[in-house]
Each structure stands twice: as C-alpha cells, then as structure tokens.
Design a protein around this ligand. Structure first.
Ligand SMILES: Nc1ncnc2c1ncn2[C@@H]1O[C@H](COP(=O)(O)OP(=O)(O)O)[C@@H](O)[C@H]1O
Ligand SMILES: [Mg+2]
Length: 950
C-alpha cells in the first residue's frame, strides 16, 4: 500500500502530535474538526491515514469516505459513503439505536429504499432536515463509542455533504467525534468557499504539511536508489519536485527504472525527468504495459476510485480473470493502489489518464458505465453522475433517468444537481411532447438553486407552450416568486391573474388555493393591497371553508377585515371565520402558509385562544416530526406571542428564545419580521433589555426602512418600546410617529397603539390630541368588542385625562380587564390606578390596587412591572413582600422549560431534538436547574418544580 501506516512519514512529527491531541480530545467528549490542506501530493492523505490509525488504536468507530470528481453532483454522496456501510452492517437493535429519534429522518437517504417525503411539504430547505437528522445519527453513534469521520479530498465533495460538515462542526464541541478532512488548496476544480467555511470554524484545526527538507529528500533518495547519493543530486531532486513527496516518488521511480546512479553527473537527467511531465511520465508508463492494461486503467478512471474489479473489467471489455492480472500489473507500476475495490495510487494519476482519453470514447464509456450500474440496480444518483458526463444522443431512457435523479436531488435540497440533470436531459433531448414540462421543472430547480433570472426565462418559455392548465397553475406560484425576486412584481401579478382565471374554469379549488396564497402575500405589500382586496371581493360571500382554496381566502379576508380601518365587523364574527378557515387544522395540511398565520392572528386578537393554541401546537409538532427547523422557529415565534398575551411570560420567553436562536443563526428574521417583533416584546416585558437590544442588532433588521412592507410594523413597535425602556426617547418617538401614520384599526395592530400606552415617557401628544386619539380608540375597541381592547382603551383615556376623571377611567379599565384573559394588561391598569391614587395623596386607597398589580405581575413573570409596583407600594407607605428569588423563581425560562420536560420523563436527547438544540445545551440547563433547586436527581424535579406554583 502506498499510504502511511506502512510508509514512514518524514518530518510530520508536529502534525502527528496534533492529531494525537485531537484524537484524545474527541475521545474525552470534546469533538474536534481537523482539516489537512495543501497541494496535490504534499501528503494530506497520508496524514489522514495516520489519524485513522490513531483513532482505531483508541477503539473509536472509524467511518471513511473519499470524494472524487464524480461526487460533485451526487447529492449527499460523501455522507452516504460514510454512513451507509455503518447502517447496512448494523444488526437490528443497533440500527434502531443509531436511527433513534430525529435520526430516523436520515433513513431514506442511507437505506436507499423508501423515498423521502416530497420536497414541497415541510417549510424551507429540505437539506436542513437532513442535516438535523444526520447530526443526530452522528450523536447516537458517538453516544456508544467515540467516532472518527475521515473524508479524503473534500474539495470534490458534493455541496450537501460539505454543508452538513459545517452544520456538524458548529455542534461538535460536545460530541465524542473527530472529523478529519483533507482538501486541496487550489486548482481549477476546487471551490474554496465551503472549505474555507470549515477552516475558519473556531473549533477547527488546520494542518498544512510543509514540503520535505533537503534532509528528508536525501533520505528518500538513499532509500529508493542504489548507491550513496551525492548532495548535488539530492538538491536537484528537491529543487525540481519542490520537496513534494508525491512528485519525488514519481521522479525516483523513473530514475530507478532508468538505473541512473544518484551522482552529481546525473543532475541534468533529473531535470529532464522532472515535472511538469509527471502526467506524461505516467502515460508513457501506462503505454508500456499494453493496450489491455491501459483499457483497464481507463475504465477505473471513468468509473472512479472504489470500483469493483468486475465492473471495471466489464467496462474495459475484459474477462474478470485477465483483468485481475492487469490490475496487479498496474499496482506493480504504482498506478493503481494495492487495494480492493480498485483505486488509483493517487488522484493525480487518475486525472492524467482520464484527461488523456479521447472525448468521444470518454462519453461512450460513461454511457456504458451508466448502463452497467443500472443493470446492477445502483442508485439513480450514481447512474446520473455518469450520464452527466456523456454527450447527448437522443436516448429517452437517459432523459427519464436524469429526470428522476433531478427530482430526488430536489427532495434532498441539492438544487444545483437537479439543474445540471435537467439541463442535460433537455439537451438529450426529451420527446417534443415532454419538452415543456421539462422546461418548467428546470425553471423550478433554478429558482431553488438561486438562479432567478434563468428561472424566470424558463418559466416564461415553459408557460408559453404548456397547454395543460393544471400544469400551468401548478407552477405559477414559483414563476411569480422568480419574478418578484428579480423585482418584476407587476409582471408577476399579471401572470398570476391570467393563470388563475384560466384555472378557475377547470379546477376551481386549485385556482382558489393558489390565489389564496398569493393574495395573502400581496396583502403584506402595501402597494398590492388594493389589488388583493379587489381579487378577494370577487368571492363575495361564497367562501365556504369546504376546500383548501376557500379556507385560505377566508383566513386572508378575516385578517384584512381585522386590520382595516374601514371595517366594523366585531372580533366575534371574524374569529368565527378564522376558526372555520382553520378547519380543525386542515389549513396546515400544505404546511404553514401565510393564510394559516392570518387565521392565528385573528384568533389571538379576538382572544379566542384555544383553537389558536391547538393549531400552533400542531405546527410545532409537525415541525419536529419533519425535522423542519424553520417551521419550528416560526411556530414557536408565534406561540410566544400567544403565551405572552395570556400572561405566561416565562413560557413565552422560552419559546421566544428557541425561535430567536434558530432564526438568528439562519437569518430567517428577514423572511418573518413579525416573529422578531413578538420575540422582542416578550424579552422587554421580561426585563431582558440588553438581550433584546443585542437580538435586534444582530437580526440585521435594525436599520431596515421598509415602509412598503407591513410585516415590519411589529418590529418598529417593539423597537419603540425597547428604545423608550432604554431611555432613548427621541428614537422611540420617531418610531411611534412612523407607526401612527398607518391607517389601521388601532386595537388589532400595533401601529396605532397610542404613545401613552406604548411608551408613556415618549408621549408628546397635547391633551386635545391625546383625547381625540383615546376617543377613537375607545370607539373602535367597542366595535371590536373584546374586554382586552376596551380595557386598554379606557386605560389610555384615563392616562390622557388625568385628575379625578382619569382615576375613574383607570378604575373602570381595571374592572373591565379583570374580566378579560389579559392579566398583564390588568396589572398595568391597576398599577396606573394605584400610582394615580398615590399621587393624589390617597395613599391608603392606592395600596390595594398596587398589591394586586404586584401579585399579577409576579404571577405573569413580568419583572419590570413587578418592580414598579413594588416601588409604588413603598411610596404609598406599604412594605411590599420581597420578590421570590429562590427555587423555581430563580430558573431562567429555558431552564424551567427543559426541567419541566425532564420531569415529564423525556430523555436529554429527546428534549434536545424537540427544541432543535444540542444535548449539551440541555445538560447545561438541567445542571443549572438542579443547582438552583438544590436537588440532585431527575426524580426530585417534579416536586421541586411544583413547589413554586403560586
Ligand atoms: N511526510 C512524508 N514522508 C514520506 N513520504 C510521504 C510523506 N507524505 C507523503 N508521502 C508519500 O507521498 C505520496 C503522496 O502522498 P499523499 O498523502 O497521497 O498526498 P496528497 O494526499 O496530499 O496528495 C504517497 O506515496 C506518500 O506515501
Ligand atoms: Mg490525497
């Protein structure tokens, strides 16, 4: 074997020491990533081998993969090389352990059997679902024994696998896993970005093996050639090879073959034999071995490293026994490695031999390779990789295979591969009758691959020739998205109108379903609102909630009515419509779309909590089942709003933080700014001002000016609260003024919540203006009809009014809010009332509402509010009880949530999977909780948590 383990590595002591340390770290549960970088031949693979040997010595489970040029378009090919043999070889119980929990979602990828769930179903990038699953597979594996993942030539790995290693690297710290990769530093086929991302991970160690010194070169010369070498001869060898061990090895093999003595007189010969002719040297060497050996080498070059002899023989047109002999000859000549399945001694040799094949012959060989693999029942993706390297030949079977490969790639989030397959399939070409469908599929893949311009062109071309209305309707959403991405909004909506109108005649439900989504998204854009309303109006009162289309439209209309300043429909009626639209959860059947969240908004604004809670809980559960982190982040972000409105601020904070962590790390706030608004408000109500500030800064949304985008209002509102709370009153005022310009019902949207309520310190209204606003607020609240809205309006009126009348209004507000499901608002009204009474020197009368306010604020977990109530009580001459600091009350929101799940009997990995965090995070929170609760075991958790129940 040419690899290390048998060959002694010269001048690599430092690297080997580092590898030892990394292996030790990994075994101790401190996972590490090591990247060995350098030019071809410098000794990367040899170091990787050394790492594997060390891992084996420490009884780690070693999984290995080697990427080759063919792997680029093999979705998750490298990941599959790593894990497939492990899963396939595992007996049933071990298999069950490995694929336990969230890891089960990786089974279709690794088993090859059952197809993955369709791409469109869960929200977001399907690749993320696989990362989540593969992460847990790795965690399950390392739970039993420490593991090492060794990936050679990662620069050729497919994008999905590389992104997974990045995903894993960020979470490696707490697993007993060593990830070791090698990659070339440069070269025409090397894309640096994903490798750089790995190299710059804070936990990554990068090794860059240096060229061999004169001494090492001299040692190798002495070892390889007969006779004591002259220094000048060795110098020449070092100079021409740059100290590259592979080039040196090749040079010395030529020198040895020519029986040149290593003496000074032969220095010029060394220069002649030296690279850049190494490729030619290999080809000459190969030619000397005869046509059949060359054919076998060519077959291995086409099939790629890791080819079974049988397959290579078949492709070379040789009987297996003879091929076996030629393989031995090629090993003898140091062209193939002494290993089975067949592989080159070095990738540089494969590249040289592959590049030397005649292009026509190469294409034919790949086509035959594809056929051989198909006969063996190989995976579609493995076959497609070869078809991609062939020249078009009008073969329908090729078209069909490439199409299937494209669909699979899409389902795994490998959109670029899907694009490659479909472009190649179109060139084959498909039958004329199929062409339009291909063009549309290509357009969709291009959109997913981030090529909106190509996508828009292909959508246009495909739609122009597609006669089938259903097919047109099926892709119009994406076509509009492509146009919108390019800023061609008008064209997008015009196209939509056309297609939906056509489809309405053929398949009304399909037409409505599309229109439902698009109208919903159009309403979020101020300039499209009128268009959306106009389209909605066409349905009159005919929305029955019997079909998915009408449910979406119904939900959208309920939300529009709830926001519209012209609409006078009460909350009750709109909540009924929203509940009908939810259809017992059926609105979630196509995943959580904008209309789904519209229904939730209406229910929450109407204080009809239960159906909203059920729907959001289901969205969270679905997200967990599908392993969809974005869906989890969105559903949790909405649920934090629900919980906050009910006054469960600690639970709300737990949801807010889960949502924020995921959304921040992935940049999702840009897609759903509403969530950011909810999350910020919860943090502010909890008194976590610095965290809220940091979150806003890091969200990338702080400086956005988005007046055309209504979804941004919640962020502006939260930002105003935050700025006011932090004492930046001018900035807070600016935000409030901006929101006040919006036309909406004040009580259904944060836009018009008057400054006296949002941020009293920043309120600048004169009394008349304030009164006018409070009046309008009250009128609209009464129309809306919920105690929360009316109580808040009365409170605003009371604050504006002041004096004895103001106190009356505040008392009335408190009374109304007492009957509402809004304990936090109730507490605020009581606090204002108490504070007003105290200022009016009615200190005794002030104490009772202040005590109530304090109790409510404490029960809600609203710390700043409770603090203010305490201050007021003291000022009113009472001695408020001290805040409860110990026990359950000392737990953070996340600690409390995780402790509660543990008390219910969930294991740490189960909790981690459910919350999309790592097991280590769960362990940290739990040990903090144990400390604060002064307990030592899980069994005590239940009682300790219950102690704190008020
Ligand atoms: N430090 C070293 N000392 C001696 N020989 C080495 C050393 N590193 C690599 N080699 C030899 O050089 C050749 C190329 O090494 P390899 O690890 O395959 O390089 P790379 O993976 O960087 O292309 C192999 O034959 C290997 O045995
Ligand atoms: Mg190598």
């Amino acid at each position: 074997m040419h690899h290390a383990g048998t060959v002694e590595l010269l001048e690599r002591d430092r690297e080997l020491e580092q590898l030892d340390r990394l292996v030790t770290d990994a075994c101790a549960g401190r996972g590490r990533l090591v990247l060995v970088e350098g030019p071809p031949g410098i000794g990367k693979t040899s170091l990787l081998e050394a790492a594997r040997d060390r891992a084996r010595e420490r009884d780690m489970t070693v999984l290995a993969a080697r990427a080759s040029e063919l792997d680029r378009d093999f979705p998750f090919g490298v990941v599959r090389q790593l894990f497939e043999p492990l899963v396939a070889a595992a007996a049933a119980p071990r298999r069950a352990t490995l694929l336990h929990g969230a890891a089960a979602l990786a089974a279709p990828l690794l088993g090859g059997g059952a197809p993955e769930p369709a791409a469109g179903k869960a929200t977001g990038d399907p690749a993320l679902r696989l990362f989540h699953a593969l992460y847990w597979l790795t965690a399950n594996l390392a739970e039993q024994t420490p593991a090492a993942l060794a990936i050679d030539d990662a620069h050729w790995a497919d994008a999905g696998s590389l992104r997974f290693f990045q995903f894993l690297a960020a979470r490696l710290d707490e697993l007993s896993v060593l990830v070791a990769l090698t990659a070339r530093t440069a070269g025409p086929t090397v894309e640096r970005q994903p490798i750089d991302a790995l190299a710059t991970d804070p936990l990554a160690v990068v090794l860059r093996p240096a060229p061999l010194s004169h001494r090492a070169v001299a040692a190798l010369v002495a070892d390889r050639l007969r006779g004591a070498p002259d220094a000048s001869f060795c110098d020449a060898c070092r100079e021409v090879t740059g100290g590259n061990p592979f080039l040196l090895r090749e040079l010395l093999r030529e020198v040895a073959a020519d029986e040149v003595a290593p003496i000074g007189a032969h220095v010029s010969l060394v220069r002649q034999l030296a690279p850049p002719t190494v490729a030619r040297a290999v080809l000459l060497r190969l030619a000397r071995l005869g046509d059949d050996a060359a054919a076998l080498a060519g077959a291995v070059a086409v099939l790629g490293d890791g080819t079974p002899l049988r397959r290579a023989a078949a492709l070379a047109g040789l009987p297996v026994e003879r091929a076996d002999g030629f393989a031995a000859t090629l090993v003898e000549a140091d062209i193939l490695a002494a290993e089975r399945p067949l592989a080159f001694a070095h990738p540089v040799l494969r590249s040289a031999i592959y590049a030397d094949l005649d292009p026509g012959a190469r294409s034919r060989a790949h086509r035959r390779a594809a056929a051989l693999l198909a006969d063996e029942g190989a995976a579609i993706d493995a076959i497609a990789v070869h078809l991609l390297a062939t020249e078009p030949a009008g073969d329908r079977q090729v078209v069909a295979t490439l199409r299937e490969a494209a669909l699979r790639a899409l389902a795994r989030g490998a959109a670029a591969t899907a694009v490659a397959c479909l472009r190649r399939a179109l060139a084959e070409p498909p039958a004329t009758s199929e062409r339009a469908a291909f063009v549309l599929e290509l357009a969709a893949a291009e959109l997913a691959a981030g090529e909106p311009a190509a996508a828009a062109d292909h959508f246009e071309a495909g739609l122009r020739v597609t006669g089938d209305v259903r097919a047109r309707a099926g892709c119009v959403r994406k076509a509009v998205l492509a146009l919108q991405t390019l800023g061609r909004h008008d064209e997008g909506f015009a196209l939509l109108e056309r297609v939906v109108d056509e489809a309405a005649a053929v398949d009304p439900d399909l037409a409505q379903s599309i229109e439902g989504d698009l109208i919903a998204s159009a309403t979020l854009e101020r300039s499209r609102r009128a268009w959306a309303l106009d389209r909605l109006d066409r349905y009159g009162d005919q929305l029955t909630a019997a079909t998915s289309g009408s449910r979406k439209l119904l939900a959208t209309r309920a939300a529009l009515d709830a926001f519209s300043s012209e609409c006078e429909t009460p909350a009750e009626t709109l909540a009924n419509a929203a509940e009908r639209a939810l259809g017992g959860g059926r609105l979630l059947d196509d995943g959580p779309s904008t209309p789904f969240f519209f229904a939730i908004i209406v229910l929450l604004l109407a204080d009809r909590i239960e159906p909203a809670r059920r729907a959001l809980d289901r969205a969270v559960d679905d997200a967990r089942r599908h392993g969809s982190a974005p869906q989890f982040a969105f559903a949790a972000g909405w649920r934090c709003w629900l919980l906050a409105r009910e006054g469960h601020l600690a639970e709300a904070e737990a949801d807010a933080r889960s949502s924020a962590e995921l959304a921040l790390s992935q940049g999702w706030f840009v897609m759903g700014p509403v969530i950011l608004g909810y999350v910020l408000e919860v943090l502010i109500d909890r008194g976590e001002l610095e965290d809220a500030h940091r979150l806003l800064e890091r969200s990338g949304m702080v400086t956005r000016t988005a007046d055309r985008d209504a979804t941004f209002d919640d962020v502006v509102h939260a930002r105003a609260l935050l700025r006011a709370a932090r004492g930046d009153l001018d900035a807070a005022r600016e935000d409030l003024a901006r929101l006040a310009r919006r036309r909406a019902r004040w009580n259904t949207y944060p836009t018009l919540v008057p400054a006296v309520l949002a941020a009293p310190a920043a309120a600048t209204d004169d009394q008349d203006e304030g009164r006018a606003r409070a009046d309008r607020m009250l009128r609209e609240a009464q129309t809306w009809g919920t105690p929360r809205a009316i109580g808040m309006a009365l409170r605003a009126a009371g604050l504006v009014e002041g004096g004895a009348r103001g106190l009356e209004l505040l008392a009335e507000a408190a009374m109304v809010l007492e009957r509402s499901p809004a304990p936090l608002e109730h507490a605020r009204a009581l606090l204002d009332l108490g504070a007003g009474l105290r200022r009016a020197n009615r200190r005794a009368a002030a104490r009772d509402p202040l005590r109530q306010a304090l109790d409510l604020a404490d029960a809600c977990g609203a710390r700043p509010l409770a603090d203010r109530a305490r201050q007021e009580l003291r000022a009113a001459g009472a001695r408020p009880r001290r805040p409860r600091l110990g026990g359950v009350h000392a737990l953070t929101a996340s600690e409390r949530r995780i402790a509660a799940m543990a008390a219910q009997g969930c294991s740490n990995p189960e909790i981690a999977q459910a919350l999309f965090v790592t097991t280590k995070t769960v362990e940290t929170h739990l040990s903090n909780a144990y400390r604060k609760l002064a307990i030592h075991s899980r069994a005590q958790l239940g009682d300790a948590l219950n102690d704190g129940r008020p």
